[in-house]
Design a protein around this ligand. Structure first.
Ligand code: FPP
Length: 246
């Protein structure tokens, strides 16, 4: 397995980790086992991204819609996230990983919020990989909160409607300061964004891989980065070839 190098490495990779349940089913195991194995994949991919030199890795850990799952599964998912932070925070910190959390923090109950805040606070000055954990995250919800904040300023007379720019909207999103994802990977063969980073994905390359998340590993991650390196990104302009021919 060769690791991608140099300028072809995407600065920001975001991943929709899908297929834990189907992986479990295909092995005759309960869904919990799929999530547990999925957490091991999280550890492997975070380490890989850090080693390869990816700047930002965003993982869709828990969506604002995931609360609709049975209570036992919600408890299980929250338990795994808490376990990940408790068990891995010291090592991530040692590896110079900075943790950021995106998603709605209001109305979170129990010890999850203090743990997420501790992870952010402990690692805030680290300069290596930024691991962005999307927790209680939904892109439409994020946009509603951003628009509400701007509308409040307009109503208060501090902002004029025609002063609202794309950059100002960026500055009100949970992802403020984080570059837009260059590459969004979704595992398990599903091909949709499911309310993930809708604003930020405007020019992202999308990659859908057939493997279930628990089967995704460093080799498959590197293969995805290789495929990304071969793509030509135009950001609304012309390809180099078309520009020469014009
Ligand atoms: C999708 O599989 C996955 C999730 C809803 C959650 C992802 C969570 C983890 C990998 C565990 C812990 C996370 C961290 C960051 C430590 P699914 O259950 O929707 O699978 P299915 O579509 O096959 O049913």
């Amino acid at each position: 397995m060769s690791e991608p190098q140099g300028s072809s490495i995407p600065r920001h990779v975001a991943i929709i980790m899908d297929g834990n349940g189907r992986w479990a089913k295909s092995h005759g195991l309960p869904r919990t086992a799929g999530h547990r194995k999925g957490m091991e994949t999280v550890r492997e991919i975070v380490r890989a991204a850090s080693d390869i030199g990816v700047g930002y890795l965003t993982l869709f850990a828990f969506s604002s819609e995931n609360w609709r799952r049975p209570e036992t599964e919600v408890t299980d998912l929250l338990g795994l996230l808490k376990l990940f932070i408790r068990r891995d925070l010291a090592e991530l910190h040692r590896d110079n990983v900075r943790i950021r959390v995106i998603g709605d923090r209001r109305n979170l109950r129990g010890d999850i919020l203090p743990l997420l805040l501790e992870a952010e606070e402990t690692t805030r000055d680290n300069t290596g990989l930024t691991l962005v954990i999307a927790f209680n995250y939904g892109a439409r919800d994020e946009l509603v909160r951003a628009v509400t904040s701007l509308a409040g300023e307009v109503a208060a007379g501090r902002l004029k409607p025609d002063e609202i720019t794309s950059e100002l909207i960026d500055s009100r999103l949970d992802t403020v300061g984080i570059p837009d994802p260059d590459l969004i990977i979704r595992t398990s063969g599903e091909e949709r964004l499911s309310n993930f980073l809708l604003w930020q994905a405007a020019y992202s390359e999308l990659m859908f891989v057939p493997d279930y998340w628990p089967d995704f590993d460093k080799a498959l991650f590197c293969a995805a980065l290789d495929r990304f390196a071969a793509r030509e990104r135009r950001f609304g302009g012309l390809s180099a070839q078309a520009a020469v021919g014009s």
